[in-house]
Structure formats: structure tokens, C-alpha cells
Design a protein around this ligand. Structure first.
Ligand SMILES: [Zn+2]
Length: 254
């Protein structure tokens, strides 16, 4: 079960009311995804990591609740693989708009936007000017943590310590993400299916092929990185580092 001190969906309405009245006026609106994650991780991976990180983020920041994780997200580039789901960009953006509206109506004053899935960063970031224009005059702060490069950098900040290569760590079902689940929910990792996928550069040219032709054009198993280098210890450190990254980014604007 999700932590009932911070997840709105686990709370009763009087508990939410009490939290708001005692100063918990910050809320995290985080999006994950439901999409293929290679041969060894479940499709819920990004929604799961959003839950794990949002809980730590909210607890470390304090006075913060978490809206239900948005799942699925924008995953058109994974649709070749069975089980993947995607929302049309406009539908996804409307969901985010309504989430923010709902939170504002209940009295939250600081709305933090974040995502654990690469394909959601741009669609969410595009909404920020509109949301700021709409809500800031009412004294509501919109706090986006939506820079994909920064997110990957935070993720890669522990590589040296573990002597893990950037290509192996990967950005999808590779060393990093597999380690995450080994630490947070090990029973969900198919340990006999760990494999090495695409381990080349993640540059603009790569991105272009990925987004125009789909994931299957670069890896036939749906893995960017090398899952065989993953470890629980790396995962524990990674979760800690990412939670700290979110807190640091939010504090800059609070
Ligand atoms: Zn993922």
C-alpha cells in the first residue's frame, strides 16, 4: 500500500482537509507511464518509480501531499511492443490541466509538476507558461521539475562510484532502471531475463530515430542500456539521489 501520510488517494477527505489546514499546501503532480520495459521489467515501471520517488520527495520536502500518479503517459514510441499504452498528447495535457485545477480548488498553493518518463517531459513543459499565466495571479505557484537532461544527469551522478558506464546505465530498462526495481520491488524483476540492449550514444541523432521510427528501430528487445550490470546497491543509491534531486529543485522555487 502507498504511504497514507502523503498519498491523497490513500487518505480520507477529513485527513486531506486537516493536512491542508495544518499547512500542507504543496502537492506533487507526477506522471509515469505504462509501456514495455524490455524482457525483464513490468510495464508499470515508470508509474512505480513515480510512486517511490514521489513518496520520498514529499516526506523529505515536508508539508507536501502527492496526487494520484498519472498513468499512462505519452509512449507512442513504445507501441510496437504489446502491453504498451499511450495517451494522445492533447488528452495527456488535458489530464494534467484538470489535475492542477482540482488541486487549486482544494486549496493547494504550490503545485509541483514532475515525471519519471522521458516522453512526458515536453508535453508537460509546454503547459507551464499557460498554467503560470492562469494561476499565478491567484497566488498559486507552479513549480516545474521538467528538464530531461537534468533528470538524466541526476540519475548518472552516482555512476562513477559504481564504475558503471553511461551507455550501460542507459535511459530505459538498462543498468539504472533495473537497479531501481531491484531495490524497490525485487520480486518484479525477471532475473533470468536480464539482457544488454542498445548501449551507444544518446544524442540528438539517436533521439530523432527513436521518436520517428520507434523503439524497435534501435533495440529489438526494448532495452536502452545493459540490465546485466544492475544491482540492488546501485538502485538504493539511485533512489536516494533522485529523491534529493527533486527536493533540491523544489526548494529553489519555494
Ligand atoms: Zn522507464
Amino acid at each position: 500500500m502507498l504511504a497514507k501520510e502523503v498519498f491523497i488517494e490513500e487518505m480520507t477527505w477529513p485527513e486531506v482537509k486537516k493536512a491542508l489546514e495544518s499547512g500542507s499546501d504543496r502537492v506533487i503532480v507526477m506522471a509515469g507511464s505504462i509501456e514495455q520495459h524490455g524482457l525483464h521489467l513490468p510495464t508499470k515501471m515508470d508509474a512505480h518509480s513515480a510512486e517511490v520517488l514521489a513518496e520520498l520527495f514529499a516526506k523529505r520536502l515536508g508539508k507536501t501531499l502527492v496526487a494520484p500518479i498519472i498513468r499512462p503517459g505519452c509512449s507512442e514510441h513504445h507501441m510496437y511492443f504489446p502491453g504498451s499504452m499511450t495517451l494522445r498528447k492533447g488528452v495527456f495535457q488535458d489530464v494534467v490541466r484538470d489535475y492542477v485545477d482540482n488541486m487549486v480548488r482544494h486549496g493547494f498553493k504550490n503545485i509541483i509538476l514532475a515525471t519519471t518518463h522521458g516522453g512526458n517531459f515536453d508535453p508537460m513543459q509546454e503547459l507551464v507558461p499557460e498554467l503560470k499565466a492562469k494561476y499565478e495571479a491567484q497566488g498559486i505557484k507552479i513549480i516545474p521539475i521538467l528538464d530531461f537532461a537534468e533528470f538524466v544527469e541526476a540519475q548518472n551522478s552516482i555512476l562513477e562510484e559504481f564504475k558503471m558506464d553511461e551507455g550501460d546505465a542507459g535511459v530505459h530498462s538498462g543498468g539504472s532502471e533495473t537497479s531501481f526495481l531491484m531495490a524497490s520491488e525485487p520480486e518484479s524483476v525477471r532475473m533470468d531475463k536480464l539482457a544488454r540492449g542498445y548501449v551507444g550514444k544518446f544524442d540528438a541523432a539517436f533521439d530523432e530515430v527513436l521518436m520517428s521510427k520507434g523503439m524497435q528501430a534501435v533495440t529489438d528487445i526494448g532495452v536502452l542500456g545493459d540490465a546485466t550490470v544492475a544491482s540492488k546497491e546501485f538502485g538504493e543509491k539511485l533512489i536516494d539521489a533522485l529523491a534529493d534531486y527533486y527536493v533540491e529543485m523544489a526548494r529553489r522555487e519555494l
